[in-house]
Design a protein around this ligand. Structure first.
Ligand SMILES: [Zn+2]
Length: 386
């Protein structure tokens, strides 16, 4: 007897039929109070040695986005027996239904578009960091469902030091940001690493590992529990609709921003995509120069960096100031504010077909991000190069 369960942390699926292993039919639910859907995560039990065919019946139905690949093409789900090692299962997409076959080696197997990052992992990470004298944790406020929004500060604060912000997972299904931050933190707290040591002499890090803990807990694709896309709330956040953004934006106003990276992921990309908040009203040439230092240093440190990747569909002439990276870039005119989009699929550069993009690769990419920051830190808070 096969059981498909989504009642696991960050789980999400609707079972239409699981009576026949050769014809397991599933649907992706929408986020609460929203039309957004795209995240699934479930556990199959009783599947050892069984040839199972899974069909996500409502995977299609979204219009193509110019410059992006189809999210369901040329990629399968990540699967895992232990929740630690994830491997890629091949899949097909016919424009509507996304199908994959798998014969599991264990009684239980987990499937998702990318490795989940449940709230328990956030709490474990934060608890483990308390052992470091360099880290302070402050609860800025609470989400719509009352979960804490935590800010980690790494390094000693001083007006001489650059304030560098790293925020992630406004969109809860983009768990890549959580693994990226883990890799970054591991390196940043390694006192034997000269890049980390130098950065901490020049900068203080302000890190919000999870902007949307309600979305993570509920297994949502893109919104908080009120159905609000937090990355469209930065222009005028409210405690009623988007308390998560309200409290983080308030902390940025209080502390200041010299650098900010907003960590996202996009299922329509086969690369890591990074772009500055170009075309906000306060955009100036000095920022293009800062970004050049930043991306050259990061690309030199990691072949995973998508150097030269064009903005999909072209850079918008009018930047949307309701998005975090643009709001930050506009509000703090001498800061460098960048958007990061990691892939779900494999990358075209340095691919690993067995896993595609993976939590481990995201963590390594997060560690090399510090090289990018090291390349730009002396050029932040200066318009002289304009
Ligand atoms: Zn996103």
């Amino acid at each position: 007897m096969i059981h498909i369960d989504a009642s696991i942390p960050s789980g999400r699926i609707t079972v239409l039929s699981a009576d026949n292993p050769a014809d397991i039919r599933l649907e992706i639910p929408t986020d609460a109070n929203s039309f957004y859907r795209g995240w699934y995560y479930f556990r199959s039990s009783g599947v050892r040695g069984q040839k199972c065919t899974y069909r996500l019946m409502n995977a299609g139905g979204f219009p193509d986005r110019p410059g992006f690949e189809n999210p369901w093409m040329d990629t399968g789900p990540l699967a895992s027996y232990d929740g630690i090692r994830w491997f890629r299962v091949p899949a097909t997409f016919d424009g509507k239904v996304y199908s994959f076959e798998h014969q599991a080696e264990s009684d239980i197997c987990y499937y998702a578009p990318f490795a989940p990052y449940p709230a328990e992992r956030d709490q474990k990470l934060i608890a483990s960091l308390q052992g470091s004298p360099l880290v302070r944790v402050r609860t800025l406020g609470h989400s719509a469902q009352g979960r804490p929004i935590d800010l980690l500060t790494v390094g000693v604060e001083s007006s001489e030091k650059k304030a560098c912000w790293v925020i992630a997972r406004q969109h809860p299904s983009e768990t890549q940001g959580g693994f990226f931050i883990e890799g970054m933190l591991e390196r940043l707290l390694d006192s034997n690493d000269p890049v980390a040591r130098t950065l901490l002499e020049k900068a203080t890090f302000h890190i919000v590992p999870n902007m949307n803990p309600d979305g993570s807990a509920n297994g949502f694709f893109r919104t908080n529990t009120l159905g609000v896309d937090l990355n469209r709330e930065w222009g005028a956040p409210s405690l009623d609709r988007s308390p998560e953004v309200c409290v983080v934006r308030g902390a940025m106003e209080q502390i200041g921003v010299d650098f900010c990276i907003d960590c996202h992921a996009d299922p329509g990309l086969s690369c890591n995509f990074v772009w500055p908040s170009q075309n906000v009203p306060t955009w100036h040439a000095g920022r293009a120069s800062q970004f050049d230092h930043f991306e050259r240093a990061w690309a030199a440190a990691s072949p995973e960096y998508g150097y030269g990747e064009p903005y999909p569909g072209g850079v918008p002439e009018n930047a949307d100031l309701s998005m975090a990276w643009n709001w930050v870039g506009n509000r703090f005119p001498d800061s460098l504010s960048v958007l990061l989009e990691q892939p779900y699929k494999d990358t075209r550069r340095a691919p690993v077909p067995e896993t595609g993009w993976s939590p481990q690769r995201a963590a390594r990419f997060g560690a090399t991000f510090l090289n990018g920051l090291h390349g730009v830190v002396d050029h932040l808070r200066s318009q002289a190069e304009a």
